[in-house]
Design a protein. Structure first.
Length: 134
């Protein structure tokens, strides 16, 4: 189940990221979520929740988007996945900034930078420098 959940997540990502089609990705993410939950695969679940959050955000459901982004962050923190936690913080920072919550966004970016530096997550640091204006 764990491997199938991860594979289905990546199929959903293909639709969402490569084709910009969150609606086409939705059934893949939904099934990946079911399987990840059944298998106790919190890492894959963290990815699924994050990408479902992006779909909710794009669809104008900010409350649901925030909840999913926060759940992804919480799962990654509980796993001790520092690079992933930093990436989740950046997604949440971008969301907060889009909602006019600049102080909260700044706090998330600061924490993300600290985590990324501590664990050597250069890709996350490039994301901060390029997209977050830091």
């Amino acid at each position: 189940m764990r491997g199938e959940a991860e594979a289905l997540f990546w199929v959903g990502c293909y639709h969402q990221v490569v084709h910009g089609d969150g609606e086409a990705a939705l059934p893949w993410f939904a099934r990946a979520k079911e399987l990840a939950e059944a298998a106790g695969d919190e890492l894959t679940l963290s990815y699924v929740e994050r990408h479902l959050g992006f779909i909710d955000w794009d669809a104008g459901r900010p409350g649901q988007a925030r909840s999913r982004l926060e759940r992804s962050l919480s799962l990654r923190r509980s796993l001790g996945f520092q690079a992933g936690t930093a990436a989740a913080l950046l997604a949440l920072a971008e969301f907060c900034a889009s909602q006019g919550q600049s102080a909260e966004a700044d706090r998330h970016v600061t924490e993300a930078r600290q985590l990324a530096e501590a664990c050597g997550a250069r890709g996350v640091l490039r994301w901060i420098d390029k997209d977050m204006g830091s």
